[in-house]
Design a protein around this ligand. Structure first.
Ligand code: NAP
Ligand code: MG
Length: 497
């Protein structure tokens, strides 16, 4: 933190250049229509830049560039060692420009600079270097055959990949798609969220600087309904990688079905249960994690532990501790390196979260902490860390993804009831349990229907661990070598002799 504290972020912010054009075929360009949209900082409500508002025509040009580069083989046919070198250089460039990228991210979407500088940007670089390193270490297969044949099972890149990503971890969610898709030789069209387009455009510029050939990675900022839909329905996009809400994820399934049956991978929403058993080794650590699990990144986290399930015998005491630790997450200026919680991404999201809080009260949950907007005088979008007690699993605040700093606390009597409540949701992204009892832990690992199950920790992971959902949290996995499967397809070559 010391290194961060030494930097005058306000001063740097004042001198920042905001990338604002689309990046198509290696060139920064305005939208064909000439239209722009304002990207606003939720830190203070000020407009940062007018960004090219791409639409179908721009997407067509971007897809054409991606298709051309793919068919010409300028990237896909490069020796794996060369693609590796380029992507390793990109990872280096991300770190060389880490302060700038962190500032763009923080100003654009409101997260604390300490997180963008020490989490989002370094983890994005690590993700790129991980897939770069994988390129020349992953082998194809030879199938079992009789003596007069060889069957080779080859993995081939799909072609043109469309990636549509959200605003909560703008660069990182983009890189989770871009790194494995480029590593496997595909060309791409990336659409960042309208609330946070800046780092994706900068990533495109850095990719060019690193040596990714022009047209291989195209970035088309714009609205979901226009640019996003145009990518989803495009007849020449082979695969669509999406991170975002379950609602929009379902649109992409429809777009694919109504167009060219492109493959679709969906990382969608969550309502993750965070279970605390009375025998947890260390209830204090569990309480810190329960607070961090919902207040980190303003609660704008797909796997946030938004449903806290506490054994009835320890609930009151445990909740006191969670509220105590929640105070450490009081929102403040995201440019201050001491700040742990910044601003909600925009006014709309802030209003949405406040409406959920009202709904929680109206449905009879007990508000124990927070519940209101803060620092309105700054023009920014800040919400106090909010804790509800006496939540039932059929209440709206237990069922719907709030995507804000709002914790819903429920109780249970025994493990069976805990697992039943935990699984009583349309989502299945993540779940956690704190217990000393290894058999309860292992039963939970099996019983909880979620893509990630954390035992005696929360949100623990690294790039080697697959991440993604069960049920309506989506399908397909980001991270790990498994992500490479999404961007490739199997080809069997059967040779007889
Ligand atoms: P969102 O509203 O679903 O938007 C995600 C992306 O889809 C944005 O780029 C958006 O563009 C685009 N989009 C919106 N409407 C569209 C449409 N009709 N057709 C095509 N594209 C469209 O999600 P968000 O609010 O940005 O992000 C929050 C959601 O992401 C939460 O549900 C969260 O759980 C989920 N998430 C999941 C993961 C995971 O790994 N599972 C990770 C992070 C976030 P515009 O913004 O420009 O409209
Ligand atoms: Mg913004």
């Amino acid at each position: 933190m010391d290194a961060l504290a030494r930097i005058d972020w306000q001063d740097r912010a004042a001198r920042l250049r905001f990338p604002h054009q689309a990046l198509i075929d290696g060139k920064p360009v305005p939208a064909a229509s000439g239209k722009t949209f304002a990207t606003v900082s939720p830190r203070d409500g000020k407009v940062l830049a007018e960004v090219a508002a791409c639409d179908r025509e721009d997407v067509d040009r971007a897809v054409a560039a991606a298709r051309r580069t793919f068919e010409q083989g300028v990237w896909r046919d490069r020796h794996p060692r060369e693609r590796k070198a380029v992507l390793l250089r990109l990872a280096e460039l991300v770190m060389e420009n880490a302060d700038e990228l962190a500032l763009l991210e923080t100003l654009d979407m409101g997260k604390p600079i300490r997180d963008s500088r020490s989490i989002d940007i370094p983890l994005s670089a690590r993700c790129i270097s991980y897939y770069a390193e994988a390129i020349d270490k992953v082998y194809d297969q030879v199938g079992p055959t009789g003596p007069n044949a060889i069957s080779m099972i080859l993995r081939e890149p799909l072609g043109v990949i469309g990636a549509v990503v959200p605003w909560n971890f703008p660069l990182m969610m983009a890189v989770w798609k871009v790194a494995p898709a480029l590593a496997t030789g595909n060309s791409m069209v990336l659409k960042p969220a309208e609330q946070s387009p800046l780092t994706a455009i900068r990533l495109g510029e850095l990719a060019l600087e690193a040596g990714v050939p022009p047209g291989v990675l195209n970035v088309v900022p714009g609205m979901g309904e226009t640019a996003g839909q145009a990518i989803g329905r495009h007849m020449d996009v082979d695969m669509l990688a999406f991170t975002g809400s379950t609602e929009v994820g379902k649109y992409f399934l429809r777009y694919a079905g109504e167009s060219n049956m492109k493959r679709v991978a969906l990382e969608c929403g969550g309502k993750s249960p965070h279970i605390v058993m009375p025998d947890a080794h260390d209830l204090d650590t569990a309480a810190q994690n329960a607070a961090g699990g919902i207040f980190f990144n303003q609660g704008e986290v797909c796997n946030a532990g938004s449903r806290l399930l506490v054994h009835e015998s320890i609930k009151d005491e445990f909740l006191e501790r969670v509220i105590h630790y929640g105070r450490q997450w009081a929102p403040a200026d995201p440019l201050d390196p001491a700040t742990r919680m910044g601003a909600m991404v925009d006014t709309r999201q802030m209003e949405r979260v406040l409406a959920y809080i009202e709904k929680g009260k109206a449905e009879g949950a007990e508000l124990k902490a927070g519940g209101q907007r803060l620092h309105a005088e700054t023009g920014g979008c800040y919400i106090a860390p909010t804790v509800f007690d006496k939540v039932r699993n059929d209440m709206t605040i237990a069922r719907e993804e709030i995507f804000g700093p709002v914790l819903s606390t429920l109780t249970f009597k025994d493990t069976d009831e805990a697992f039943r409540i935990a699984n009583d949701t349309i989502y299945g992204l993540a779940a956690a349990i704190w217990t000393k009892d290894v058999s309860v832990a292992m039963r939970a690992a099996r019983a909880l229907k979620a893509g990630s199950v954390w035992i005696n920790c929360f949100d623990a992971s690294d790039i080697t661990a697959p991440f993604g959902g069960f049920k309506q949290s989506g399908f397909g996995r980001d991270k790990s070598l498994h992500a490479l499967e999404k961007y490739t397809d199997l080809k069997t070559v059967w040779i007889e002799f």
